[in-house]
Design a protein around this ligand. Sequence first.
Ligand SMILES: [Zn+2]
Length: 455
Amino acid sequence: MIIDTHAHLDFKDYRDDIDEVIERAGEVGVEYMINVGTTVASSIKSIELAKQYEQIYASIGIHPNEASKVSGEVWSRLEALAGGNKVVAIGETGLDYYRDRSKKEDQKRLFRQHIELSLQHNLPVIIHNREASDDCLEIVREYNGKVKGVVHCFAGTVEDAEEFLTLGFHISFAGPITFPKADNLREALKAVPVERLLLETDCPFLAPQPKRGKRNEPSYLQYTIPVLAELYKLSVEDIKRVTALSAKNLFGIGTVNTKGEIAYVIRNSLYLNITSRCSNRCVFCSRETAPYVKGYYLGLKEDPTVEELIDAIGDPSGYDEVVFCGFGESTERMDVLTSVAGYLKEKGVTVRLDTNGLGDLINGRSICEELKGLIDTICISLNTNIEEDYQKLCHSEFDGKAYPALISFIKKARDNIPDVMVSIVGMPGIDVEGCRKIAEELGVRFRVREYNNVG
Ligand SMILES: [Zn+2]
């Protein structure tokens, strides 16, 4: 479940052993590779590789270093390749002011031509940017948010990363993210939500630390992924799954599972998705638009039964905790919640419930006593310290009754559940300190969740 989104296997470096290189990639779990063209000839070779190997897809483009050599005739030869059925991206394109092999004006013209071609075919662009962030961003902005794609082998600043992310781009880092001295890259990576990260080798270049200086190849992602996992405080499996889903969605390759998961692992916790119903429609929730969490699809066509949940849980003993979470509100199904939590407690598992805190209104009775002994930690979404703002953020079906009921629920939770935490989503306009004060007054723990970061 690994996708190398940037490889140059058409280069002569692989002339003698490409089959072995591809085989080794498969052995470490590389599912797909995107071979990225740098000239018309290399784009043609990329397409040939894609025809020859099921797991290879092609991107076609002319590297900015070549820009001054590109005539109208050369460009039309590239354009003619764009409709091919395994052509999934346009590039690599962009601007390279570091090597300065082509005039800036030629590079800019060629970059715009690539973007226009990508729009015609509704394909993402693969951007190469070296010391040209301002101009790259300016050109992308001319297209009013219509361009999608990835900034590959990212080497810019934190601010550059933020700008590209705002424009909807993905970002990938090659082997240098593993180099001991690459603190600047690791700093930039912090700005990139893992959902917007892609994996790449840029092979034959930029092999990761243990193979540094050698010819790179897709299987060497096995050395880069653990470094990324560490930086994101996720597991190796999490990084593979999340980045593979992003690559599949961006490039339209492979199959994406749209059967909602009911039990899913992140880090070493098991999460349970017991319903898609919720009494709130929060502005920051993507339940209805893109119900993905860390590479899992959570949209449920039907809510699972207790038996289905227990079956999906398997042996729960190895997990740090089991969490009732998902995009729905677990207290909408108190019977299922208490049955499954009871089963888990019998097995000695630590159980957490993430809730909107409106369970009393949902059920028309006080529910905290029913959770006593079944839930070890409860994490309640406070969302705001201002009663009038709650409805604007959460669009609760209980309207003005919601916030007072939420506060009273927190108090009852504190009296019945050993560990109580309230959380907010750190969005612009939220008074974090005001919320923290409420938590302190209520005598419960406080957590700020990152905006756009679930799970
Ligand atoms: Zn490249």
